[in-house]
Design a protein. Sequence first.
Length: 376
Amino acid sequence: MFIAIFINFLLSKSGQLSYNNGMEKKNKRVIELDYAKTIAIFFMVIIHVFEELSIFGIEDKLPSGFMENYVQFTAGPYAAPLFIFAMGFGAVFSRNQDPEKMFKRGLKLLAMGITLNLARDVLPRLLVCLISDTSPVWEVMRYQIFNIDVLHFAGLAYMLTALFKKLKVPYLALIPIAVLMQAVGNLISLHYTPEGFWELLFSYFIFTGDLSCFPLLTWYLSMAFGIVVGEEVKKFVGDADLEFSRAFWGCACLLTGFLSASDINGIDHRIYYALYDNFLYKQTFFNFLYNSLVIIMLLAVIHFVNRKKPIAYGFFNFCGTNLTTIYIIQWLIIGWISSFNGYLHIEPGFSGSIGLGIIIALISMGITKLLPPIKW
């Protein structure tokens, strides 16, 4: 069934574009982002499999060897940072530019994040306790209920962006504001360890440990960057090939200098994308620089690969458009498998986790294809 669905995707001409200098947009979509987001989906799901199901300790040490570094690198800047960048970019082209509507969208996303926690973890864990006649472990349930994921961040980020729009803050000012927010957030996190209720509250805003993968203060910079790039693209009327070429080589030079400076100062490059010791989630300005440079370079490469004729764009457009639905479905699948793993005994190693992640990503896309369009 799923093979048939993907063959249909690949053969479908829906959503394909005729290029003019390689930068036409349909319904104000930049197709490079659809390709990038679709590629990122697979590595995002693979990392979730590693985190929730695998016996391979991806968080226990820095990656070693080509494949370990490749998987964590592609699931680093090319997953969460890319999605948050795309979130900011998409906000620029959204039909809901009214601050009140954007604020309500943020509330809706925040509610979705809380609901997803309940649906993917709490409910199946309670069912397991009922079946096995055991009592829930509060520390485990506490994490499952209050874990701050991307949807929680998205909700807060949209509400904050709505406030900035209401106050008529110039979009170029968002970058220095976000840099200051990140610095304050990291400073508080470094010197203050909240406990009890305050940990649950502060986890939405600063990194407090396992609860706060995507706190607002430290991650908003990536969204601000997406907004700024989106505003510039919105006004763009020049030669896309030339601008993408300049962007690629400019970012390549900056990245080379950045990594060279890291070497000189004895900084291991892997801390910019590795999951070890929560490096990926402890975002700093240096992580932002690294992520932003490689994201722009990826978009440039995708542009030139597809500049003559977009490859299977119907599939990539579908995934980019339905990213939120795919994200929710893959988490529901992984969460329920994890909850019932005492009975299922699904514990893949390194290679098995990659294969299982790809399968779950494809299944999530297939289920999304079968569902009616959902406007989140």
